[in-house]
Ligand binder design. Structure first.
Ligand SMILES: [Mg+2]
Length: 172
């Protein structure tokens, strides 16, 4: 059974494809960012190609960024520092919406003017939809074959949901 709560509003191949122009067009004033497989490779502290420059571009366009991650403090702190992102929430417990709401409070912006960007439907997108933020899905950065087992549970049914998303987008 497909559940609309998991559905993204928009989908990008990579976070680096999100532009300030796009956000302004959609009335999105700031971004809440997942880290693993969105900004850095899972199980590493290595930024995905182009992410550092993308962060700088967003900042120069006055798009505020807050990391909202389920990871523990050191991992989130190191990532934020390396990428030059000042605001972050760790142990966010997505799909709960609390972390996203706290991030909105930090920015002093209403949650419905923000988008949550992440690579997991059942955590990031569900959290976005529950909190009232725009849900932006980015395709995960890892080769799925390697991480098949690791991802299996969290990603159950994800393929079907994304197919449904593409059908709706194309008006089928
Ligand atoms: Mg992730």
């Amino acid at each position: 059974m497909l559940d609309d709560r998991y559905m993204p509003k928009y989908r990008f191949r990579s976070v680096c494809d999100i532009t300030a122009d796009f956000l302004k067009q959609k009335g999105i004033k700031g971004l809440l960012l997942d880290i693993d497989n969105t900004l850095i490779y899972d199980e590493t502290l290595t930024p995905l190609p182009g992410v550092k420059e993308w962060v700088q571009r967003m900042q120069s366009e006055d798009i505020p960024l807050v990391i909202v991650s389920n990871a523990i403090a050191p991992r989130v702190y190191i990532t934020a520092k390396r990428l030059g992102i000042k605001e972050y929430i760790y142990s966010a417990k997505k799909p709960k919406s609390d972390g996203l709401l706290r991030a909105a409070e930090k920015l002093g912006l209403p949650i419905d003017s923000l988008a949550m960007v992440g690579d997991q439907l059942k955590t990031d997108m569900l959290a976005a939809n529950t909190a009232g933020a725009t849900a932006i899905f980015t395709d995960r950065a890892r080769d799925e074959k390697i991480f098949k087992f690791y991802f299996k549970k969290a990603r159950d049914g994800e393929k079907e949901l994304l197919e449904e998303f593409e059908r709706r987008k194309n008006g089928v």
